[in-house]
Design a protein around this ligand. Sequence first.
Ligand code: AMP
Length: 399
Amino acid sequence: MSDSILVLNAGSSSIKFSVQTPTGPDTVRMLAVGQIEGIGTHTHFIAKSADGAVLAETRWPDGAGPANHDAALHVISEWLDGFLGDARVLAVGHRVVHGGSNYTGPVAITPAVMAKLRELVPLAPLHQPHNLAPIEAVGTRYPGVLQVACFDTSFHRGHSFAAEAFAIPYKFYEQGVRRYGFHGLSYEYVSRRLLEIAPDIAHGKVVVAHLGNGASMCAISDGASVESTMGFTALDGLAMGTRSGQLDPGVLLHLMGSLGMTVPEVTRLLYHESGLKGLSGISSDMRDLEQSADPHAAAAIDYFVYAIRKQVGALAAAMGGIDALIFTAGIGENSANVRRRVCDGLQWLGVDLDGDANDHGADVISAPGSRTRVMIVRTSEETMIALHALEAMSAEAVA
Ligand code: AMP
């Protein structure tokens, strides 16, 4: 096996990982991908090759598996040692949700950086602690190996004050209450891919719709993010699988003031019981909704599509135009129905969809004469993290 970069994406009860080997100064190839989920409960570990063949799989009876992130990382690293054989782990790239207002790109992890990242926990209490959890364990397991934190926020750090601020007293802005934007690693990856496959578009005005279980949209002008539908947290903007998306803050005042709901109750409601799941009462999964005959499923899809269409207009306005609309992530890449329904309302913006190309999931799904090009670009946040780790390795080698 070849020397490789390990990419880790740690959540509350799971660690997703991928193993990627450098193939050039700024290219990598995926060797394996996997995850350990249900940490502390009914844990399941699986590792697959890049073409989807199962390389290893373990299921533990309730409570008998790894009890915490350290133990889960041990399972991954034991498997990785066997998988790599004599090859080395060159670097470890971590997905970290929040880089605050200062980190405009990835950063090599040092004790000082860790201290700064811990200070950001109050900005993302549900995610940041889990993202940071494996870093110390990796340091013990692979002493001296470069670790790199890659943030969901940093791609958006060039936003204007108007795009970044809330109109509440300025002192809150200074304290970090800002619209940070998320999914930045996905948008950065899509922007890089556009440079390779459609450079004219990459230098133009692009709206990217990252439509997965989490969903957001981004206005990207000449490769730089200028606006995002996500704000202070990853709750804002589009309705998602289980997250509410945009909400009048008065609703919160009502829920907590008049209905007496507590902060944990409202947190649960907005993160886990809302969005497509809450509206439909059926499922958070777009495939289930598309297959359902229930009118609530149809209404939830209507809401999702309407919000996307509305945001295409807003993001085009933020850039003063639009040259391309890009669909990515699970729903964006796979649901011809959602793409068609979004585009059906956008003729006024020069969008002319090619129905056949859309049904077949082609790379370019707009008609040849369409003023606005419409494309599907498959995202890979883990590849973006591996590329960042590779860049950090080169920077360390030069330093
Ligand atoms: P992600 O978070 O990017 O993995 O995306 C997950 C979402 O993509 C879920 O809502 C899935 O239902 C949706 N999805 C995946 N494949 C399809 C498909 N073939 N048709 C519609 N939705 C899909």
